[in-house]
Design a protein around this ligand. Structure first.
Ligand SMILES: [Zn+2]
Length: 285
């Protein structure tokens, strides 16, 4: 699986274009990936919705429960999945973010011994996990994400983070917490972020003589603070991006990787495994 231009390429990957898309991303603004669940009976129903011009919603990718991937918006065009949203000092995340829709019916209700989705489908207890949503306070039932589906989403996240130098992988529930609960606690979002951004690098404290030129951005023209190294173990590598490493030392910033002479590529880490009535406003799924 690879990205060629604005398209995902690989065995079995489908392309079903959606008319629901905006302009190209402004240069340098794409740096985020938003994860959603579809809240639909199956992936095909979600794809029909995301291709319906009357609904005015879309996402770049849909991942079915069996791991089948469908691309609906090219990676160089804004998709309509985040809606009214905020992260940090930004609002309206669509213009900064790619979107992945994960086929999952969403939060269930439990009554008369049965687990039901908002559209009335009944699910066996073996397919349900009780968990407390990060935006809620009491345990509720959620349909499990199959391991193969989580593995495909994790691989997609890693590919997109690497290809487009993304800095954030967020749930819709985190950028619109007053109205959204997807992808929900059955999806291992926190461990996925750890796998993508932190855990492979957690012990990467670099010991060396310095001095290092620490840039505010991964750009040789960005402002620099020169750090002398009175002691070893001065720099912790937080993230690698191309020829650059984001480091934490006396300051946090970016150094050229060739200044650090890092000991080889990162060890492959195992991807995370899955954790044990949604209205759809315009431009948001
Ligand atoms: Zn969503």
């Amino acid at each position: 699986m690879r990205v060629e231009g604005a398209r995902l390429q690989g065995p079995g990957i489908r392309f079903c274009p959606s008319p629901n898309q905006g302009q190209a991303y402004a240069p340098g603004e794409l740096d985020t990936l938003i994860l959603h669940y579809t809240a639909c009976p199956d992936a095909e129903a979600a794809i029909r919705t995301l291709a319906d011009p009357a609904r005015e919603v879309s996402a770049h990718l849909v991942v079915a429960r069996d791991g089948q991937i469908t691309q609906m918006v090219p990676f160089d065009r804004v998709g309509w999945h985040a809606g009214v949203s905020r992260w940090g000092d930004r609002q309206g995340l669509n213009r900064y973010a790619l979107g992945i829709e994960i086929d999952n019916p969403g939060q269930l209700t439990f009554a008369d011994g049965q687990y039901r989705s908002w559209f009335g489908q009944v699910y066996p207890a073996a397919d349900v996990v009780w968990a407390v949503h990060r935006n809620q306070t009491t345990p509720t039932p959620w349909p499990r994400y199959p391991a193969v589906q989580v593995a495909v989403v994790a691989a997609l996240c890693r590919l997109l983070v690497t290809t487009f130098a993304l800095r954030h992988v967020l749930g819709h529930e985190e950028i619109a917490p007053d109205r959204k609960i997807d992808p929900g606690p059955a999806f291992p979002l926190d461990s996925l972020r750890g796998w993508l951004f932190e855990s492979p690098l957690a012990d990467r404290t670099w010991r060396g003589p310095g001095p290092w030129r620490v840039h505010r951005a991964p750009d040789t023209q960005a402002p620099v603070q020169v750090i002398e190294a009175p002691e070893p173990a001065l720099l912790t590598v937080l993230e690698e991006r191309g020829d650059w490493c984001r480091v934490r030392a006396a300051v946090e910033g970016w150094v050229r990787a060739d200044q650090l002479d890092l000991p080889g590529p990162l060890a492959a880490a195992a991807p995370p495994s899955p954790a044990g009535g949604p209205a759809t406003p315009k431009g948001s799924v």
